[in-house]
Design a protein around this ligand. Structure first.
Ligand code: ADE
Length: 273
C-alpha cells in the first residue's frame, strides 16, 4: 500500500506515523508513506496558499491552484487514477468496513485541508471520496488522515505480526473484543477467570465469544443487528435481553451507566455450553 498525503504540515504526518508498528511496516516496505507539502506548489512569491473567502466571512480558504498542482504531481508519479480522499467533517463517517474496502487499493491519496476549507472547484475536480472521522470538528485533516492510515494499514498483510489478530479484535463480525488478562493470576484480590487457566481450548473459545456478545450488548447494542451469530448464540443474546429487561426499565427512568451491572456479574461457567 502506498499512501500520499497532501498537507501543509508534512512533519506532523511523518512524526505521527513514523514510530511503532507503522514505522516498522514502512521500514519493511509493507507500506510506504509520502507527504507532499502543498506550499511547495504555491506560485506566490511569499509561498501563500490561502486567501480571503469571496462573499466575506471569517477565516481563510485554501486556494485551488496549489492543491490542484500538488494532486497532479502525485497522480503523475502514480501513473494512473487513484482515489483522492478529502478529510472533512462533511464526509461519510469512517468505519471498519470502509477501512476494509480501502485496504484493497494499491495507492491512496489523502487531502488535508486547513483554515476554513479548500476552494470548492478543486474539490470538484480531484476528490473521489469525502471522509469524516466523526461528528466533531478538528483544526485540520492531518489527524483524520493519520487515523485512517493507521486503521487501514493494520489490514495490510504483514503489517501486524500475527495476521489473525486483525480479525479477532473489536469489530470483526461486528462484535466487540472479549476481555484480556495476563499475569499475575491474582491482582488486588481479583482473579483471572478460571476458564482461561483451564487449557480447555473449546471452552475458552466459547467463553470469549460469550463475553464478546455480552459486551456488545451492554456497550454497543447498535452493532448487534449486523453481528453474525449462531443459533445457540442468538439464544444466549435473547437470554441477556430477558435478564436486562428490568434494568432497562430502571435506566429509562433515570440512571445511565456505560458499564452496566451485566458486566459486573462474576465470570460464570459458559452459558453457551
Ligand atoms: N477536518 C476537520 N474535522 C474533521 C473530521 N471530523 N473528519 C475529517 N476531517 C476533518
Amino acid at each position: 500500500m502506498k499512501y500520499y498525503v497532501l498537507t501543509l504540515f508534512p512533519e506532523m504526518i511523518e512524526q505521527g506515523l513514523g514510530t511503532s508498528i507503522l514505522g516498522r511496516a514502512q521500514a519493511q516496505g509493507k507500506i510506504s508513506l509520502k507527504t507532499v507539502n502543498i506550499r511547495d506548489f504555491s506560485e506566490n512569491k511569499h509561498g501563500h496558499v490561502d486567501d480571503y473567502p469571496y462573499g466575506g466571512g471569517a477565516g481563510m480558504v485554501m486556494q485551488p491552484g496549489p492543491v490542484y498542482r500538488a494532486c497532479e504531481a502525485v497522480e503523475a508519479e502514480i501513473g494512473r487514477r487513484a482515489r483522492v480522499l478529502y478529510m472533512t467533517p462533511q464526509g461519510r463517517v469512517f468505519n471498519q468496513k470502509m477501512a476494509e474496502e480501502l485496504a484493497k487499493e494499491n495507492e491512496l491519496i489523502f487531502l488535508c485541508g486547513h483554515y476554513e476549507g479548500i476552494d470548492e472547484r478543486v474539490l470538484e475536480q480531484k476528490v473521489t471520496d469525502c471522509v469524516s472521522v466523526g461528528d466533531y470538528v478538528l483544526t485540520g485533516g492531518e489527524l483524520p488522515a493519520m487515523v485512517m492510515i493507521d486503521c487501514i494499514s493494520r489490514l495490510v498483510p504483514g503489517v501486524l505480526n500475527n495476521d489473525h489478530s486483525a480479525e479477532v479484535e473489536s469489530f470483526y463480525d461486528n462484535l466487540l473484543e472479549y476481555p484480556q488478562y495476563t499475569r499475575p493470576e491474582e491482582f488486588m484480590g481479583m482473579r483471572v477467570p478460571d476458564v482461561l487457566l483451564s487449557g480447555h481450548h473449546a471452552n475458552i473459545e466459547r467463553w470469549r465469544r460469550e463475553q464478546s456478545i455480552q459486551r456488545t450488548f451492554t456497550r454497543r447494542p447498535d452493532l448487534l443487528p449486523a453481528a453474525r451469530l449462531s443459533l445457540q448464540e442468538q439464544k444466549y443474546l435473547a437470554s441477556l435481553k430477558e435478564k436486562a429487561q428490568p434494568e432497562n426499565t430502571l435506566e429509562e427512568e433515570g440512571g445511565h451507566s456505560a458499564r452496566t451491572s451485566q458486566e459486573g456479574v462474576p465470570h460464570s461457567p459458559s452459558a453457551l455450553s
